[in-house]
Design a protein around this ligand. Structure first.
Ligand code: SAH
Ligand code: SF4
Length: 385
C-alpha cells in the first residue's frame, strides 16, 4: 500500500498579506480585475486598468505603482495603499564555471527553493521549482529527501521567472530598440517539487508567462516534467498547452517501484495509456521520456530494448540523464560507454536520444541535486553531532 501522497503539503493563503496589502504578482487577469474592483475601480474601467497594470508589471517589469505614468496620480496612490508588487527574495546567487546560475530564493514563511538558469548556445533555460521539497520520494533524487513541503503560490512560481529576468537585465527599456534574442527563452518545470501536485498554481503562473501582453513565451518553450501523476496529465495539454516530459527511468514495474515510488499507485501500463491518450500528442509535439542512467540498475541493453518496445507508437524523444551524485546518494552514474551503448540502441530504433550534459554540478545545480541550503546545513550539523 502506498501512503496518500499529498497529505503533508502545507497550504498558505494565496495572496500574501504584506502589512495588510495584497501582492498582485501571480494573480490571473480575472483575479487582478477582482482586486481592482474591490478597491473601488469603476466596473467600466476595470478591463482597461487590468491591461495597463498588466503591461507595466509583466512587459516592462515595473514594481513601483508611482512609475505607472498612464494612470492618474490619485489612482496610483490608491493602488499603493492597497497592493504590493513583490517577488520572492533572492538570498544568494551562485555562478558555475559553465555559466549556470543558481538562485536560492526565500519565500513567505522563511522557506527556500532553488531556481537554476542554464545558458546554452541557442537558448537560455530557466529551471523553476513548484514546491518546497517534494512529497514523493524517488530514491535517486536529492529533493525527495527534504522533509518540509509546501506548495508554491502562482506568484512565487512566476516570481522565479521575473527575478531571473531582473538578474539577466532582460526587461525592455522604453525608447530602445527591442532585442529579439532572449537570454531566458525557455522554462522547464524541473526544479524542486512535483508540478502536477500543485497544478492550479503552476497553470496560473504559466498562463502569465505565456500572456502575449507580458513576458510572452510561447507555450512550446515551456516543458512540464512529471513523475507520472496520471489523473492530472491531460490537464497539462488542455489547461496550459505546454510540452510534457515524463520521468520514466525504468522498464519494469519492479525496478520503477524502487526508483519512482508513485509507480506503485500508477504503474507503467497505466502511465503509458495516459500518454497514448495525451490530447496534444503529435510528431511536432512529442513527449520527452526522461531516463536517469544508474549504474547496474536500469542501464542494460535489455533495458534499452524494452524501453523502445514499451513506447512504440508514442511520438517521443528520449532524454538520457547521467545520474548526478549528491552526498549520501545510494547510486552511481553509469559509465560513459554504457550510456552511449544504451543511446545507440534507442537511436537505431528511430528515436532521438540526446544525453543531457550535466550543468552546474560544481554548485550542486544539476538535475536532482536541488535541496535548500538550509536543509543541507541542518543535516550536516545533525551528522556532525
Ligand atoms: N518532480 C518532477 C520534476 C523535477 S525533477 C519529476 O520528477 O519529473 C527533473 C528531472 O530530474 C526528473 O526526470 C528527475 O527524475 C530527474 N532527477 C532527479 N534526481 C536526479 C539525479 N540525482 N540525477 C539525475 N536526474 C535526476
Ligand atoms: Fe519529487 Fe521529481 Fe525528485 Fe521524484 S524526481 S522526488 S517527483 S522532484
Amino acid at each position: 500500500m502506498t501512503a496518500p501522497i499529498t497529505q503533508d503539503v502545507l497550504t498558505i493563503p494565496r495572496r500574501l498579506p504584506e502589512g495588510g496589502r495584497t501582492n498582485l504578482i501571480g494573480l490571473t487577469r480575472d483575479g487582478l480585475r477582482d482586486a481592482l474592483l474591490a478597491i473601488g475601480t469603476p466596473e467600466r474601467q476595470a478591463k482597461m486598468r487590468v491591461g495597463q497594470i498588466w503591461q507595466w508589471v509583466y512587459h516592462w517589469g515595473v514594481r513601483d505603482f508611482a512609475a505607472m505614468t498612464n494612470l492618474a496620480k490619485d489612482y496610483r496612490a490608491l493602488l499603493a495603499e492597497h497592493f504590493v508588487l513583490e517577488l520572492p527574495q533572492v538570498v544568494s546567487r551562485q555562478v558555475s564555471a559553465d555559466g549556470t546560475r543558481k538562485y536560492l530564493v526565500r519565500i513567505a514563511g522563511g522557506h527556500e527553493v532553488e531556481t537554476v538558469y542554464i545558458p546554452e548556445e541557442d537558448r537560455g533555460t530557466l529551471c523553476v521549482s513548484s514546491q518546497v521539497g517534494c512529497t514523493l520520494t524517488c530514491s535517486f533524487c536529492h529533493t525527495g529527501t527534504q522533509k518540509l513541503v509546501r506548495n508554491l503560490t502562482a506568484g512565487e512560481i512566476v516570481g522565479q521567472v521575473m527575478l531571473a529576468r531582473d538578474d539577466l537585465g532582460e526587461w525592455p527599456v522604453s525608447g530602445q530598440p527591442k532585442d529579439e534574442t532572449r537570454l531566458l527563452s525557455n522554462v522547464v518545470l524541473m526544479g524542486m517539487g512535483e508540478p502536477l501536485y500543485n497544478f492550479d498554481a503552476v497553470r496560473d503562473a504559466m498562463r502569465i508567462v505565456m500572456d502575449g501582453e507580458g513576458i510572452a513565451l510561447s507555450r512550446r518553450r515551456i516543458t512540464l516534467s512529471t513523475s507520472g501523476v496520471v489523473p492530472e496529465i491531460a490537464r497539462c495539454a488542455t489547461e496550459i498547452g505546454c510540452l510534457l516530459a515524463v520521468s520514466f527511468h525504468a522498464t519494469t514495474d519492479e525496478v520503477r517501484d524502487g526508483l519512482v515510488p508513485i509507480n506503485k499507485k500508477w504503474n507503467i501500463e497505466t502511465l503509458l495509456a495516459a500518454l497514448r491518450d495525451y490530447p496534444r500528442l503529435s510528431n511536432s509535439e512529442r513527449i520527452t521520456f526522461e531516463y536517469v542512467m544508474l549504474k547496474d540498475v536500469n542501464d542494460s541493453d535489455a533495458d534499452a530494448r524494452r524501453l523502445v518496445k514499451l513506447i512504440a507508437g508514442i511520438p517521443a524523444k528520449i532524454n538520457l540523464i547521467p545520474f548526478n551524485e549528491w552526498p549520501g546518494a545510494p547510486y552511481q552514474r553509469s559509465d560513459w560507454e554504457r550510456i552511449e551503448a544504451f543511446a545507440d540502441i534507442i537511436y537505431k530504433a528511430g528515436y532521438a536520444s540526446p544525453i543531457r550534459t550535466p550543468r552546474g554540478e560544481d554548485i550542486m545545480a544539476a538535475c536532482g541535486q536541488l535541496k535548500s541550503a538550509t536543509e543541507r546545513a541542518r543535516n550536516a550539523r545533525r551528522a556532525e553531532a
